[in-house]
Design a protein around this ligand. Structure first.
Ligand SMILES: [Zn+2]
Length: 418
């Protein structure tokens, strides 16, 4: 909060911010610096306001009756809220209600339902005693802030990030963004530097929450990883590397192209060999013996072994969250051992029928955070690339962002007004 105030009261800094915003003009940014002047609303001090935070067990009618409303008022208010604001129930520990009275003892003249910091529903009573409802979007002032850190001896990325002042939610997003590029348990070394540019949302000069990650950089073992969030002409946003290539590497749901699914993921199915019902924690793809099995994503081999159920199998760890497993192989690919780093698409073994299997097929599993998930339905980060025009725009945008970062890195208290 203090930082925001300092910035707004210092002309020198506001000018620097303006300069940055000018650089970003090509991405259609609006200067809020002007808006601060015009949007000041003076509160009517004679009103009496009380704020209620919805708690577990609270209902709209209970809260309204507590404020002195009659049952028929309650019914009418609930009806208007449903039809005009699509609100049918209140969420505990999240929604807030504000009651406005002319003075402390007067009846409530206005109710403000606050389901999010950015949306308010105002209910007012007309002279004829009817309740009317109006939705107000709260004006959002978004600023890009920059934080940089360095991994120290014995550090985790999380610790180093917290020390750099990056909020936990933003760190978690950065982690997810980088997770297909690096293994945070094994690839993190002392001396590595990282930085993130992210949004902070303000309302009336007060910070409300954090927004999205706009750019991230990490000095990874296999070279610098840089990602920029960019909005394409079609309105869709994604993360791209310095050259405008889709930055998020994902996993393939079907490692073998065009292979037919012969058995899907299920928490209970009759096992074809064992005869009794048990969970099928993967997907089976029909393929003939000897068909190469490609790695579903880049990663490191963490198991290459045999067991009674899976037969010959390989397990790959892709990052802190995802692992994949490939079973019933007839044989392993040459050079694939525990510890081998594999690329997406690299052959790791060949289809077979070893273990508990009725015929040649690939049994494929995706394990997310230690739990088996359905490879066909699990939400995976999308890979997207830019078309020619978007790419040209992206490169301009990237230059502006890089220039902004350059200045912010020297002036850590500054921000970019978006
Ligand atoms: Zn299977």
């Amino acid at each position: 909060m203090k930082k925001a105030k300092d910035i707004m009261t210092s002309n020198k800094v506001v000018h620097a911010v303006l300069g940055l915003a000018g650089l970003l003009a090509l991405i259609a940014v609006v200067l809020v610096v002007y808006r601060h002047v015009s949007s000041d609303v003076i509160d009517n001090n004679s009103e009496f306001k009380s704020l209620v935070i919805v708690e577990s067990g609270d209902t709209l009618s209970k809260l309204l009756i507590d404020q002195g409303f009659t049952n028929s008022d309650v019914l009418q208010i609930a009806k208007v809220l449903k039809s005009d604001a699509d609100i049918t129930s209140l969420r505990a520990d999240s929604d807030k209600l504000e009651f406005v009275r002319a003075d402390e003892t007067a009846p409530v003249s206005k109710i403000v339902v606050i389901p999010s910091p950015w949306r308010q529903i105002e209910l007012t009573c007309t002279e004829t005693g009817e309740w009317q409802c109006k939705t107000v979007d709260v004006e959002r002032d978004t600023r890009a802030v920059y934080k940089a850190g360095e991994i120290l001896d014995g550090d985790s990325f999380y610790l180093a990030g917290m020390r750099a002042g990056i909020p936990a939610g933003i760190l978690a997003e950065v982690y997810d963004l980088l997770a297909f590029e690096m293994d945070f348990e094994r690839d993190v070394r002392a001396g590595q530097k990282f930085s993130v540019l992210y949004e902070e949302n303000f309302s009336n000069g007060e910070k409300i929450d954090n927004g999205r990650v706009l750019a991230v950089e990490f000095e990874a073992l296999r070279g610098n990883v840089k990602m920029y969030r960019f909005k394409k002409a079609d309105g869709k946003s994604g993360y791209y590397d310095e050259n405008g290539n889709g930055a998020i590497k994902s996993l393939k749901r079907t490692p073998i192209n065009n292979a037919k699914v012969t058995s899907s993921f299920s928490n209970s199915r009759k096992h074809p060999v064992l005869g009794y019902t048990r969970a099928h924690k993967g997907v089976d793809f029909r393929a003939s013996t000897g068909t190469p099995i490609p790695a579903a994503g880049a990663g490191r081999v963490v198991a290459r072994s045999y067991n009674r159920g899976h037969g010959n199998y390989v397990k790959i760890r892709h990052n802190g969250s995802y692992e994949t497993l490939y079973a019933h192989m007839s044989r392993f690919a040459k050079g694939v051992v525990v510890g081998t780093t594999v690329k997406q698409g690299q052959t790791i073994g060949y289809v077979g029928s070893t273990g508990l299997s009725t015929g040649p097929h690939l049994h494929y599993e995706i394990i997310k955070d230690g739990k088996h998930v359905n490879p066909m339905t699990v939400k995976l980060p999308a890979i997207s690339n830019l078309g020619k025009e978007d790419k040209a725009r992206f490169l301009e945008y990237r230059k502006a962002i890089d220039a902004g970062i350059e200045r912010l890195s020297k002036n850590p208290d500054w921000f970019i007004q978006l």
